[in-house]
Design a binder for this molecule. Structure first.
Ligand code: DAH
Length: 334
């Protein structure tokens, strides 16, 4: 009688342990402990021979049924754990794009632009965008550029053949105006984009090239913030040996205005002390008036620099036209 009574609780414990096995190795161990040659359940079966003739059939039936149940539980737990082992260990983001064969590479100008954007994102700048076909208001008037300024001349600017004097933007500064028209301060943006000028193509000029504009508007903004920001970004981009120098200059939309010179080992290697890299300054109060910001409350700075110039310096390229020829022998190198 005691033998028959032992089967059921033993089976229940064995089942519970099999189902709880956390992985395949643990499952094999549990299997050995119960139904392996030295297992507890096996030991029970061995006792079958000691039973009387009357007891044997019932006990044999019961014990066989229990063993089958244990084996079925073992098989099903094994299947579950095998499936689990085949799944990725890290959580999977199913919204990621599929794995594709990498075709080609990013253009060197795209790579440089991405790096600049990444550096500015670290310090809280957002990317803004504006149209390449502009009007005179956003490209010149609102930037305080007088009607007789040479930049407005058709010698320098591509005008479209429209009655409203539409043009191809000559700089990304037009986007400063578009952003400030749309939203109240504070503002912290950069604007990478294509610009157009009637330059004849030579080794350092091309009728279209790329700029990055920056605009920061808040209370109590200083030239110190501007310098610190420019220095941070160029060090991210070109290494910690970068030095920056501000030289007084004139832009109609900033006062005071500066040109930014840049130097590092690369510049020295080119046989130069400094390289002019950008224009910048404190946003002119008239520009704030024009977009409806109160210049007695708000202060700000802006800058603009050429992406090609930075890319040429970074990669040691001496002819700007190489960027636009799409010669794979050139593009493959980046
Ligand atoms: N727009 C100028 C250019 O194309 C660059 C520039 C200078 C942008 C000063 C600015 C600035 O935002 O403040 O040469």
């Amino acid at each position: 009688m005691s033998f028959l009574n032992e089967i059921e609780p033993l089976k229940q414990t064995a089942l519970a342990e099999l189902i709880a096995a956390p992985d395949l190795a643990a499952l094999e161990q549990t299997k050995g402990a119960w139904i392996g040659p030295n297992g507890k359940f096996t030991a029970l079966m061995k006792q079958l021979g000691t039973l009387s003739k009357e007891e044997k059939p019932a006990a044999g039936k019961l014990i066989n049924a229990a063993k089958q149940e244990l084996e079925a539980a073992l098989a099903s737990r094994r299947e579950e754990l095998e499936l689990k082992a085949a799944l990725p260990k890290e959580p999977t983001d199913f919204t990621l794009p599929g794995r594709r064969r990498a075709l080609g590479k990013l253009h060197p100008l795209t790579q440089v632009t991405d790096d600049i954007v990444r550096a500015f994102r670290k310090i809280g700048f957002a990317v803004a965008d504006g149209p390449e076909i502009e009007d005179e208001y956003h490209c010149f008037d609102a930037l305080n550029t007088p009607a007789d300024h040479p930049a407005r001349d058709s010698q320098d600017t591509f005008y479209l053949n429209t009655t409203d004097k539409r043009l191809l933007r000559t700089h990304t500064s037009s986007v400063q105006i578009r952003v400030m028209e749309k939203q109240p301060p504070p503002i912290r943006i950069i604007v990478p984009g294509r610009v157009y000028r009637r330059d004849n193509a030579d080794a350092t000029h091309n009728p279209t090239f790329h700029q990055i504009e920056g605009l920061y508007v808040d209370k109590n903004v200083t030239v110190g913030d501007l310098k610190g920001t420019v220095e941070f970004v160029f060090r991210e981009l070109m290494g910690s040996d970068v030095k920056i120098r501000f030289r007084p200059h004139y832009f109609s939309y900033t006062e005071p205005s500066y040109e930014i010179d840049f130097t590092n080992a690369l510049v020295k290697k080119m046989g130069k002390d400094w390289l002019e890299i950008a224009g910048c300054g404190m946003v002119h109060p008239q520009v704030f008036e024009t977009v409806g910001y109160d210049p007695t409350v708000w202060t700000g700075w802006a800058f603009g620099f050429g992406i090609e110039r930075i890319a040429m310096l970074r990669y040691g390229i001496n002819d700007i036209r190489l960027f636009y020829e799409n010669d794979v022998r050139f593009l493959k190198q980046f």
